[in-house]
Design a protein around this ligand. Sequence first.
Ligand code: IMP
Ligand code: MG
Length: 188
Amino acid sequence: MDDLKVLLSREQIADRVAAMGKQITADAKGEPVIFVGVLKGAAIFLSDLVRQVEVDATFEFIAVSSYGNRPDPSDELRRAWDSTGEVRLTKDVDQSLRGKNVVLVEDILDTGLTLTFLKRLLLGHKPKSFRVAVLLDKPSRRQLPVDVDYTGFAIPDEFVVGYGLDFAEQYRNLPDICVLPIASNGTG
Ligand code: IMP
Ligand code: MG
């Protein structure tokens, strides 16, 4: 853990999450909202975000895995970094979202493959409204354009961990968001 450099402190995160909660509250116009969190990375963000929202809220969780993200013992960090490839749903929502106000909550928008896949899937439910909240955005990594309604922070092309984000399941419980040093940026 000594190599980790703090990119976003817990205080910066808390301030930004509070502001996002206010925005979501304003947009909800008093109607209930279903927050759909993407496991596991968005769990901590969702739990903080919903406590900053002042309308009735319920949660759903969804999980995906990316074929391109399978751990490879010989080059694990590069694999995690280069999260391209097809996205696969591993856990669906437990209820129909038809006619509901939905906010999809994701930890980080990177290539855009995951959110493109999830937006298509959830819009298929025909919700009344559909918005997307991401804590972090790496715009320089985008392969597919994705519209997002609420963004916490745009960050440079670095591999980050903490506040729910992992490297090989590690570091999710760090209270700050930190940069994990990487030898090569593996953008190929
Ligand atoms: P996308 O489909 O490429 O946009 O990937 C989004 C997913 O990749 C996120 O939900 C994360 O699981 C993972 N990811 C992308 N960048 C990072 C990072 O810097 N740290 C940890 N996970 C990341
Ligand atoms: Mg994720």
